[in-house]
Design a protein around this ligand. Sequence first.
Ligand code: BGC
Length: 755
Amino acid sequence: MDIKALIGQMTLEEKAGLCSGSDFWHTKAIERLGIPAVMVSDGPHGLRKQDDTGDHLGINDSIRAVCFPAACATAASFDRDLIREIGEAIGDSCQHEKLAVVLGPAVNIKRSPLCGRNFEYFSEDPYLAGQAAAAYIQGVQSRDVGTSIKHFAANNQEHRRMSSSSDVDERTLREIYLAPFETAVKEAKPWTVMCSYNRLNGVYASEHPWLLTEVLRDEWGFDGFVMSDWGAVSDRVKGVQAGLELEMPASGGVNDRKIVAAVRAGELDEKVLDRACERILNIVYRYLETARPDTPWDMEAQHRLSVSAAADSMVLLKNESGVLPLRHGASVAFIGEFARRPRFQGGGSSHIHSFKTVSAMEAADEGVTYAQGYRVDGDADDNALLQEAVALAAKVETAVIFAGLPDSFESEGYDRTHMRMPDNQVRLIEAVAAANPRTVVVLHNGAPVEMPWIDRVPAVLEAYLGGQGVGEAAVRVLYGDVNPSGHLAESFPIKLSDNPSYLYFGGEGNRTEYREGVFVGYRYYDKKEMPVLFPFGHGLSYTTFACSDLRLSSDAITDQEPLTVTVTVTNTGTRAGKAVPQLYVGSPRDSRFIRPVRELKGYEKVTLAPGESKEVTFTLDSRAFALWHSGLHGWFVETGEYTIAVGQSSRALEVSRPVRVTGTVAERQHYDMDSIFMDIMADPVAREKIAPYMKARTGNAIETDRSEAAKDAISDEMNAAMFNYMPLRAALSFGDGSQEELERLEALIRDLNAP
Ligand code: BGC
């Protein structure tokens, strides 16, 4: 298809029209030129395809589809292959349903446990979120349909989501909030990007030239088109200029007319509009040329995949005295309404009309008894339900409570205001645990909850919002038919106020400042040496694993060379299982920068038979050691001794080794009269240059060869410290203040700044 030629035939009105949707889910067709419309659909963990009467709030039902585990769950699998496989299945379904693009993955960082959409997002960690997103995109796009990675960028709360400005400093943006997008764009090349509703540092994402063009295209090489989140456009003309190609849904033509008027008035170069059309049509035809509507959609097979994905994503948080796994045939009661009606997905635009669901009770062995225990919708005291559950629990060997958060607690569109579970569920857990010491809690929730009852129960299984097969998956894991292997993709703080964003989350009016900076999640808890309920990366198994024999390809590298890290992982227990060795890079202890203690830079998922060992290899490039240097506006590796540590959680590091990394990017400093000696002496080039000057000077405050009497008055250390912090101009203040001295200093500064 000669797209440029096609655009050459389009009228100005047709071009402007192409840059917004025709309805909720379609691009515009231009029949005169034979350009067809294509359809997009939510996403991300299954298809929410609506017919033409669709509305994005889901009031009209969508087609029946398969609801896979939400991102909060799949991220915890720490399994790229699994997420890719889900992507492939969704890609097949898109082909079957004639969808060009699925609206996902959603990769915003979990800044606070409160964000209403955390269930749709992967992680508090940018590396993990980026890897998961890339795997999803690769999976879907391997089927020749597109993805729309969203919501770009810094959309980390629902509160005032369409007007609030996320005010984030440059380094924090680069290291935390943009990083997952960067990885996914570079590694997996999504066909489209969806910009977010919010403003970023005062400018709407939908009209942010730095975000949509400089960073996304010029730096990262994005070559698809950017679409707006539904209704995210404020100033359409600014948007076109900034790099927002497609406005969604339709704007009723009002914004199209504004584009036409801007071109006519000479405010918008028609070439910019042509380019937007070209980018949209490239994707339209990319889909059409490989469309395969005869692709079968085997929902039963996908259901089986959703069950195994859910099982492999569950995180065994606690398991004392071998309460789990349950024995088939043992006397067991399932308690809680979620055992009959699991909560398996969140509310809002990602809501899937599942073709079937399997509850834990439906999947349970014969003989497993049930009590409702609580009402999901009511927090009112229901003593009868509670007493009935307690009586049942007292009679069985093991009581399993299915608890978590009701739909109304977390959803797209608003944030939680606290981190508690409903009181009636907390009361139930406490009462059942008092009646039966072998009480297990299974949790269905999209984000962390406080667990004031944690010490009263021996076992907790975090099932998250595990998709339509979550009940079946939970039973498999509870009975050990699947050995749990999920690990937390987020920290569980003990209480909400421990969270680093606590003081600022939600912001004031339309302004939310990200004042905790790069210290998000475990980056904060570790730096503060704080206890947490469960740390990032934590997850137990019915077997045990050990990491040993950590080897590095070299003890010293430059930031131009890769570092290969090898570790042996052994199944030291008696059951087959999957281990998740996690690699963290620790920053130099004497770093000049304010940095997290350690950051995740690698992970693998390894299947091991009892007694079996495997070697796992990680390759680290300079980014594993780099920070974003706000002075250089670039990635920068500080020279120093870093620590490579591997273990099974961020707080269970088993093996570690130092590596010396030499940075090769010079930190070009600018010197002036206010530059202090310490900084000059720390810069090897400047240090050489200042030496002759220092030598030429005698008998003044910066002289290092001091008399005994002087040393008595001020120790060498004190003198050095004072000297360290002296600016160059001190040579005038404390010296003779002569014209010659001034000229000597000025010459020195010129020399220091010379290339
Ligand atoms: C959501 C997007 C979604 C879109 C279309 C918006 O409200 O933020 O994630 O893709 O609606 O339903």
